[in-house]
Design a protein around this ligand. Structure first.
Ligand code: NIG
Ligand code: FE
Length: 415
């Protein structure tokens, strides 16, 4: 056991406790611990409360008081990224802004397929290295848990290569990387056979290897006209569920259909939802599936945002993720994107902060993080400020100055 540490004093600690998983949240529900401290033992939070009181109660705890004003919130959880990839799609971005659509570019052989070609050329070591580099960038911006998808390999061996690279990056990164298999991202252009045959090959040959090597507990699919239909995905998800995988879906991005499948299969999350109908929103709101808005994809593609306000008002659980990928969402700055979504969709501070902390953790089926509370992982971040509203007010321009992961100070801007 390591020596106990008392971290603080913070002008404000925003623990994000006492707030429900679903529905709208008023800012009055945000608890504020003033002049607070966090007592940490090993990787866990032991106690949260008044700094001076904790100091008196635990005189044996190590403590170097923080100087200046700091606001502390839980480490951010980015529940949807594609940061394992080869190459760049800057050309696609320029083409889109010159008037070509994302789907037109995909049809012409660019888009996701372009990244597949470049990712296949990269070695596992190169992918592990580039993934680690992006993960470290996100960590400095306050993200202590990062979901990372495969989906640019699109053969059994190439998908394994990606997931093994993500595994290696995870062992070296401070942040926790949560891997997801997205072999059902599109029908690979060089596959000789139908969508059904491809999905069948993946589920019979790749799924058992994912289990054997413990590469991921999660299976994702892109349900869209340019990718796979709901009918094609049905047997694929059935097999995945039978084998005990959690399901997540790229749903309703350009056309509806995917979120209904997500709800039918009890998916942990349905992500994108830019094209969800009022009926889709109702269905999601009455389910346990978390709706994940991806404002980075809307900003990258120059299209409308996920109807986040409507999802919350209908009673849904809303998380916000960056979707960081080389194509539709190249920026990858979760805090900036979440702040912008908040401004456009009229989301309260409490709704945005919940969406990138404990509601996002729930979308990954993680119950041990996303709040600053006793017994949870000591993942929290500090901003130079005396009040928490500054965080979203600065629309991503106020970055954290300190990041603690598993109780360790892993980033300190002052140093
Ligand atoms: O979430 N929509 C499908 N997949 C990704 C984009 C991947 C890419 O463009 O490379 C997304 O936006
Ligand atoms: Fe995505």
């Amino acid at each position: 056991m390591e020596k106990m540490k008392l971290i603080g004093p913070f002008k404000q600690i925003i623990p994000m406790t006492g707030i429900g998983l679903k529905g709208p949240i008023s800012d009055t529900e945000i608890q504020i611990i003033r002049n607070g401290g966090i007592l940490v033992q090993d990787e866990l939070i032991k106690k949260v409360g008044d700094f001076e009181a904790l100091k008196t109660q635990f005189p044996e705890a190590e403590n170097t008081p923080l100087k200046g004003n700091h606001v502390c919130v839980p480490g951010f959880v980015d529940a949807h990224t594609h940061i394992c990839f080869g190459g760049s799609r800057a050309k696609d971005y320029a083409l889109r802004n010159a008037g070509k659509s994302y789907l037109d570019i995909a049809k012409a052989g660019g888009g996701i397929w372009d990244t597949v070609t470049q990712t296949r050329k990269a070695s596992q070591e190169e992918l592990a290295k580039s993934t680690l580099k992006l993960a470290n960038r996100h960590l400095k911006n306050g993200t202590t848990t990062i979901e990372v998808k495969s989906g640019y390999g699109l053969t059994v061996e190439e998908e394994l290569k990606m997931l093994r690279a993500i595994h290696t990056a995870n062992t070296e990164a401070w942040a926790d990387l949560i891997p997801t298999c997205l072999a059902a991202h599109m029908l690979p252009k060089d596959f000789e056979g139908s969508e059904t045959e491809y999905l069948n090959e993946i589920s019979t040959r790749l799924f058992p290897r994912l289990k054997k090597e413990q590469l991921t507990p999660r299976i994702d699919a892109f349900i869209e006209e340019s990718a796979f239909s709901a009918a094609q995905i049905h047997p694929y998800f059935t097999k995945a569920k039978e084998m005990g995988f959690d399901i997540t879906v790229h749903a309703d991005q350009f056309t509806p259909g995917g979120s209904a499948v997500a709800v039918d299969f009890g998916a942990v999350s349905a992500d994108h939802l830019e094209a969800s109908t009022p009926m889709d929103i109702e269905r999601l709101a009455h389910s346990d599936t978390i709706a994940i808005a991806l404002p980075g994809a809307s900003i990258g593609l120059g299209c409308g945002f996920t109807p986040a306000r409507k999802i919350l008002d209908a009673g849904g659980a809303l998380a916000i993720a960056s979707d960081h990928n080389p194509g539709s969402a190249p920026m990858g700055d979760l805090l900036t994107q979440a702040s912008i979504l908040g401004a456009f969709e009229k989301l309260t501070n409490a709704e945005v902060l919940s969406g990138i902390t404990f509601r996002a953790a729930a979308a990954l089926n993680l119950k041990d993080r996303g709040k600053i509370a006793e017994g949870l992982l000591a993942d929290f971040i500090a901003f130079h400020s005396d009040q928490y509203q500054d965080i979203l007010y600065n629309q991503g321009n106020l970055k954290p100055c300190m990041v603690w992961k598993n109780g360790k100070l892993v980033f300190d801007k002052h140093k």
